[in-house]
Design a protein around this ligand. Structure first.
Ligand code: F6P
Length: 754
């Protein structure tokens, strides 16, 4: 339609011009043809006169004038000659043929013949009047008047007009045709060019260079397109209520049911052999597992992880797979076995003694050993092989989890160039100076840039990563769109705040009062106790020490709380193979003992340290029983304990004290935000929380609950997968374009990775 419109705009003026030209040309043409024919007839007349002159003169001289009549009759056999008359020098008409108009005399004929248009209309039509002198005039004769039929001129003129009109029409038609073809070709060129720009835009490298005439528009269009993409991403954030159904439908529509593979170090279910010989299934204390497991249940697929449980090997099939969760079997767990040496170098060594303190900047010195690095690389290779083995197609969606697998994205990319790789870094990314001390910083960054999308919890961590890349590699960074192009491949660096599976159905929940009663009973605490809880892995980044100091300071500053304020710390043992952790755990025990000695008395122990694994139900009960939940991480990617506490409080009571250095603080601003390094401030926050009126608690908790409910884990996964879906769609289109534009080479070329 647009093409037609465009062509009409060219054609209509063109055809009008031709019409005007024809209208002007026809009268001119008529007069020209008349002149040509008049000249022609004059020449013919002279010839006839010359031819007849001698015979006429002879007849005149012989007195046989009747022969003249015979000569005229013969001459009239020329169909164009209508009549002839013979004039004397005194304009007397001596003889004439039958058809000669009686009203025309010699003098009149002479007058007409010298005019520009020597035409005379007689009864039979228009005639040309010519008066021709006889070469050597005989006695009494002077000239011949020849009347030529002009109707043939009209006929010819009509024919000429017809030819001319036909010619103009044909010319117009041909020009219109040529215009249409040229317009069509150039329109297609434009359209294809623009399509190329649109396809090649954003996170996909341009496949076809835009034609030169489109170059000026290309960057403009690309900029607009990216803005639209950003708007689209933001609009996704605005759509409320993400749930498993919505995630499933996103997988079916945008990812067309493509295979989803998750890779993490920690597995979601461990099989453990107990001392009495039984095999039990345990859920590890892991924020990662808390977040990713509901997503996997929604989208099935395969989860590849280190099989670290003591009875794990007994639970798998011949391919090291088993369906999980144990009762419902919603997805496949594929276990990868590591030797002690591999685990020591890769997990304890490089991941937990190197990257963990490096990224948390928690004032524990990172340890970098060459042997650990080698093992880290080796184990990443092994997991890359496992991904390739589990992939049912050459383009699965692979979700790489965490700092254990910084090299994995690039390794998967080598094995499965068409895979869509979403890497999520669950811990903070430090500033470039801090990260700069890592001897293998380039390799780590290059490994991560094998990802299609690299996700962090906060924009702040994205910014740190991008700055680190800026200082370490030759890469093109587009700050506006948060993308990095390295070796012709583009990675989107985006923030996706992780969360929990919000409990919509609370019908089976034990009421808060009952939970409180049970917990207080179990801990042998009086009903009026102000119960504060901390729930963490026993890790030095969690600020457990600072928390204890704050509790101690509270009791010191406000002795009225002695006997009434109790702090329960659940500390799930973790990474106990590492000296740093063992020392830390001992230290915490020591500080807790000291506080208890200082402020405890018969029937009152202010600090309860529960250094053992607690299952989800036990934690849920504890959250519901507590007056305060204390999260004082020195640095934390997100911290899901804070969100679990909020989710557990459907009574809209309870106060969250939250470290400003946890990613969660950016979302949960209605918590009491503290600097855990500032003991005084944290102690005051504990007092404020303990004395907060129920109405204020309700107000804050209601708002927190709204936030966590909306920003649940399905939104976290949904946003990432929706972005992945868009990239895959682009890749499919790009591949199609490539096939159509480069038929000979398309099959051989490696597909474009976004
Ligand atoms: O906090 C980051 C994180 O990777 C969590 O996602 C996870 O719970 C934990 O660290 C890892 O702990 P572990 O070493 O016990 O698997």
């Amino acid at each position: 339609m647009k093409t037609l419109h465009l062509q009409l705009r060219f054609l209509i003026p063109l055809l009008l011009t031709l019409l005007v030209a024809a209208l002007v040309a026809l009268p001119v043409l008529d007069s020209l043809t008349l002149r040509w024919f008049a000249r022609d007839l004059n020449n013919r007349g002279t010839l006839v006169a010359n031819t007849l002159a001698d015979a006429i003169n002879e007849a005149q001289m012989d007195g046989k004038t009747w022969r003249v009549q015979g000569l005229f009759e013969r001459a009239l056999q020329d169909e164009r000659l209508v009549a002839i008359a013979l004039c004397s020098p005194s304009n007397e008409m001596l003889r004439r043929t039958d058809g000669f108009p009686p009203s025309l005399d010699c003098a009149q004929a002479r007058d007409i013949a010298v005019q520009a248009d020597p035409r005379l209309v007689v009864e039979g039509g228009a005639v040309h009047v010519g008066v021709h002198a006889l070469g050597t005039p005989g006695p009494g004769v002077d000239s011949l008047v020849l009347l030529h039929d002009l109707s043939f001129i009209d006929r010819r003129s009509l024919d000429t007009r017809r030819y001319l009109i036909a010619f103009i029409v044909l010319l117009g038609f041909t020009m219109a045709l040529i215009t249409m073809v040229v317009a069509q070709i150039s329109w297609r060129g434009w359209v294809n060019g623009m399509r190329g720009i649109l396809r090649g835009e954003g996170l996909v490298r341009p496949l076809l260079a835009p034609p030169p005439e489109l170059q000026p528009f290309a960057s403009e269009v690309r900029a607009r397109l990216r803005d639209l993409e950003d708007e689209y991403r933001r609009s996704l954030d605005l759509v409320s209520v993400w749930n498993p159904e919505r995630l499933r439908s996103l997988l079916l529509t945008q990812l067309r049911g493509d295979q989803v593979i998750v890779v993490s170090n920690r597995e979601p279910y461990l099989h453990e052999r107990t001392d009495d010989g039984r095999v039990i299934v345990r859920r590890p204390a892991s924020g990662l597992v808390t977040a990713v497991e509901p997503v996997m249940r929604a989208c099935s697929g395969t989860w590849i992880a280190h099989g670290s449980g003591s009875a794990d090997r007994e639970a798998v099939d011949a391919h090291d797979r088993l369906p999980v969760p144990p009762g419902t079997k919603e997805y496949t767990l594929r276990r990868v076995w590591l030797t002690e040496e591999e685990e020591r170098g890769y997990y304890n060594g490089f991941a937990n003694e190197g990257l963990w303190p490096l990224c948390h900047v928690a004032h524990v010195r990172p340890v970098f050993r060459e042997s650990d690095w080698e093992m880290y690389r080796h184990v990443n290779e092994r997991f890359a092989d496992a991904v390739a083995a589990e992939a049912r197609s050459d383009d699965p969606v692979v979700l790489v989890q965490d700092y254990h697998f910084a090299l994995l994205p690039a390794m998967i990319r080598e094995r499965l160039p068409r895979a869509t790789i979403l890497t999520f870094w669950h811990i903070p990314w430090p500033n470039p100076e801090s990260f700069g001390i890592c001897p293998w910083r380039r390799e780590i960054i290059e490994g991560l840039l094998g990802s299609t999308i690299l996700g962090f919890h906060t924009r702040f961590h994205c910014k740190n990563f991008i700055e680190t890349v800026d200082r370490s590699l030759e890469a093109r960074i587009e700050h506006e769109h948060s993308t990095i192009v390295f070796r012709d491949k583009e990675t989107l660096v985006e923030s996706y705040p992780i969360s929990i599976d919000w409990p919509e159905d609370t019908t089976g929940w034990v009421p808060v009062a009952a939970c409180r009663q049970r917990v207080l009973q179990r801990l042998e605490l009086p009903p009026d106790t102000c119960l504060a809880v901390g729930v963490d892995r026993f890790d030095y980044t969690k600020g457990i020490l600072e928390r204890l100091h704050a509790v101690e300071r509270l009791l010191e500053k406000r002795p009225e709380w002695i006997g009434r304020f109790v702090f329960v710390q659940v500390a799930a043992p973790t990474r106990s193979a590492l000296e740093e952790y063992r020392a830390f755990q001992q230290r915490i025990h020591g500080v807790a003992d000291r506080i208890n000695q200082r402020y405890g008395r018969l029937g009152y122990t202010p600090v309860r340290l529960l250094a053992e694994h607690h299952d989800a139900e036990a934690l849920h009960e504890l959250y519901r029983a507590a007056n305060i939940c204390v999260v004082t991480s020195l640095h934390d990617g997100m911290n899901l304990v804070s969100k679990e506490f909020v989710a557990a409080r459907d009574d809209e009571q309870g106060v969250l004290v939250l470290s400003r250095f946890a990613g969660a603080a950016r979302e949960l601003s209605e918590a009491l935000i503290v600097n855990p390094y500032h003991v005084e401030e944290t102690a005051d926050a504990l007092h404020r929380a303990a004395t907060m009126p129920a109405a204020e608690q309700r107000e804050r908790m209601a708002s927190l609950r709204m936030t966590v409910r909306e920003n649940n884990v399905f939104r976290w996964a949904g946003r990432m997968l929706a972005d992945a879906g868009r990239f895959r769609l682009r890749e499919r289109i790009a591949a199609r374009v490539q096939r159509h534009t480069l038929p000979d080479t398309a099959e051989d070329e490696a597909p474009v990775h976004t």
